[in-house]
Design a protein around this ligand. Structure first.
Ligand code: NAG
Ligand code: NAG
Ligand code: NAG
Length: 622
């Protein structure tokens, strides 16, 4: 048994070494911008950890804290009575810890439990940045890995030292973590690849792969059917070094005479399934994708892989050709074509499909070699972070050119909920429950909203106001309005807020009654009595005088009655003249009617000039 394991090590290590001579592993990075203190201002690189949830497409602002105790973050911070929970309105804390003594994931988990919003790990030696990965070991504490939700970043030793120095000086170190350029987002289609394995018995890594496929299937199929994405699954295989070609080990782990191999699922050649069973199932899955893709339904791969994992598990001894073919038939995919694509695993020749997979493993352009299983590649960059539906969807969404994201990218699943705290720093009208804060997967945006068809305009941060018709319907257009003694006055007018007549003020918060009497703007006639009211005033003139408000003047009551009588006289004479006129018209019409009667009677006895002309035209038409 021990001998076998040594052999395994030798083979895999040598194969991996071979690979690393040719390609490269690329460390995926994001940027960290220090905004204060001035001495540190600038943009620094950091490496995205392979766990937690990097905020692909977004940014995060926080204040860096370096603990006084537990500096490596290997123990829970509650043991030291340290908490980094942010208070309402306070900035989130980015916890800086030192590398060493425990897993990166343990540091992140402890930081998260202490309330930190992100963890920065300072390297302990001067070297190029590395990718912080999850532990390989299958320990029973693995379930905390999936619960890490804060992003993590590794920073260089020298940058870490400068940060610590500034913090010890008492400076407030404020930074902005930025993942916006961590993924290219050139157009409105995202290409992504999932490097996986059909092996279902390799511990937590295999479990998390199949769990991810099951959870992500729905979103993946929607994106693919609507043409938002182009997905391709990939499978890693190794080859057997020539010296071992004829060994029992290579025979049990490889197909096509040592060309395509996979490790034994149980790491024991004498029992259960062999490596070559895994290679064959992987090959079947590649071929299934090819055939489904050719028939225009690439998304069937997701159905097949989930169904196969459920119906044909190794543990039930159903990881077989027969079981796989049952699943293929149930999905209505052409089995003959798949078998054709798979070729003969025993033949001493290349298999075109698996050869292409091996070639694709080696990195090109910006994408490094694929060496971690599973690996997700989005727009030719390796995804870092946990394999979780929301985290991956967020990353894929960040791969779309801005504003071309499909609706699924704006769903509740992946929004950042930054509006919950302090309204995201955006404008809001609490009384009317209107806010400019909108959560998206890219983080929150402050944008004046549209409420019930009324558009708000403004900068979204300090100011938004309703515009257009109907604006006064909502919250009175943000203008002053008051009711008092049965009267209501509003400052909302089409062009903005303006205090109504009788009031003065800004029209928004305040309109005050104008005391017309005191300010002598009205009712200044001699002998007049002025009384201020809310929004207006009352004015009374002396005896026999009438107050005309429009002209702010008093007039005698008598002349106004004479005017009234003369007006009636005018109407009376008007009616008489109209009556006489009507009689005259009547007389005239009677006469002309009689004239035409006489002409008609006469026409019966003698043809009249124009009558004849009319008859001609008539005949002509018939
Ligand atoms: C992780 O989260 C799950 C579900 O929310 C929970 O049941 C489990 O106890 C958590 N594990 C740890 C270590 O907190
Ligand atoms: C899947 O089909 C599309 C369009 O037909 C094609 O561009 C793409 O290369 C195919 N993918 C594979 C892996 O065959
Ligand atoms: C404010 O509006 C949101 C949605 O528009 C609603 O969910 C919430 O309950 C409202 N809050 C209050 C206090 O009315």
């Amino acid at each position: 048994m021990g001998g076998k394991l040594v052999w395994l090590r030798v083979v895999w290590v040598s194969v991996l070494l071979w690979g690393s001579c040719w390609g490269k592993f690329v460390v995926e990075k994001n940027s960290l911008k220090v905004t204060s203190p001035d001495s540190l201002k600038g943009i620094y690189e950091c490496a995205i950890g392979n766990f937690g949830v990097p905020q692909y497409g977004g940014t995060m602002v926080g204040i860096v804290a370096y603990p006084k105790a537990n500096r490596k973050g290997c123990q829970g911070f509650d043991n030291f009575d340290i908490s980094y929970k942010s208070k309402p309105g306070g900035f989130p804390t980015f916890l800086l810890v030192d590398r060493g003594d425990c897993y990166f994931t343990a540091k992140a988990w402890n930081a998260q439990n202490a309330g930190a919003a992100a963890v920065l790990v300072a390297d302990n030696k001067a070297e190029p940045l590395i990718t912080m990965d999850t532990p390989e070991e299958d320990d029973n504490k693995a379930d905390y890995l999936q619960n890490i939700t804060i992003p993590s970043a590794l920073i260089s030793k020298s940058f870490g030292d400068s940060l610590k120095k500034a913090i010890e000086n008492g400076d407030m170190v404020s930074v902005n973590l930025d993942w916006r350029e961590s993924l290219p987002h050139p157009d409105d289609r995202v290409e992504y690849e999932f490097w996986t394995n059909s092996n279902d018995e390799c511990g937590p890594k295999c479990d998390s792969q199949i769990q991810f496929v099951k959870n992500f299937k729905g979103a993946a199929q929607i994106l693919e059917r609507k043409g938002y994405t182009q997905f391709t699954p990939h499978y890693i295989t190794w080859y057997c070094p020539e010296a071992f070609l004829l060994s029992k080990q290579c025979k049990s782990q490889c197909i096509n005479h040592g060309r395509y191999c996979a490790p034994d699922p149980e790491q024991d050649f004498s029992k259960g399934y062999d490596g070559k069973d895994v290679v064959v199932q992987n090959l079947r899955q590649v071929c299934l994708f090819k055939v489904a893709n050719e028939s225009g339904k690439p998304w069937l791969w997701w159905d097949y892989v989930t169904d196969f994992a459920i119906r044909c598990p190794m543990s039930d001894k159903k990881y077989t050709k027969e079981c796989a073919e049952e699943v293929i038939k149930s999905l209505g995919i052409d089995l003959k074509k798949i078998n054709q694509c798979m070729g003969d695993p025993d033949a001493d020749e290349e298999n075109a499909v698996l050869k292409a997979e091996q070639d694709a493993q080696i990195g090109k352009d910006s994408r490094g070699d694929v060496t971690i299983l599973p690996t997700l590649v989005i727009n030719n960059r390796q995804y870092r972070g946990k394999l979780d539906k929301a985290a991956v969807l967020k990353a894929i969404c960040a791969g779309f050119q801005e504003t071309t994201e499909p609706a699924v990218c704006l769903s509740e699943d992946i929004e950042t909920n930054e509006c919950r705290e302090n309204n995201g720093g955006c404008w809001q009208d609490k009384a009317a429950n209107i806010t400019a804060c909108k959560d998206t997967f890219r983080g929150r945006i402050c944008e004046c909203p549209v409420v019930e068809g009324v558009k708000f305009v403004g900068d979204g941060y300090t100011h938004c106001e309703a515009s257009g018709s109907g604006r006064c319907e909502i919250n009175n257009g943000g203008c002053w309005k008051k009711s008092h003694e049965g009267k209501t006055y509003s400052a909302c007018v089409d062009e903005g807020c303006k205090c109504p007549l009788g009031f003065k003020g800004d029209g928004v918060d305040k309109c005050e009654d104008v005391d017309e009497c005191k300010e002598k703007t009205a009712c200044q006639c001699s002998g007049c009595k002025c009384k201020n009211t809310w929004g207006s005033y009352e004015c009374s003139c002396g005896d026999d005088l009438l107050y005309i408000k429009e002209h702010d003047t008093c007039i005698s009551k008598k002349p106004s009655t004479e005017v009234g009588w003369s007006f009636l006289w005018v109407i009376f004479f008007g009616l008489v003249i109209a009556g006489v006129g009507a009689y005259a018209i009547y007389k005239y019409r009677i006469r002309s009617y009689m004239d035409s009667e006489i002409r008609a009677i006469m026409a019966q006895y003698m043809p009249l000039d124009n009558q004849e002309a009319q008859n001609h035209i008539h005949h002509g038409e018939i």
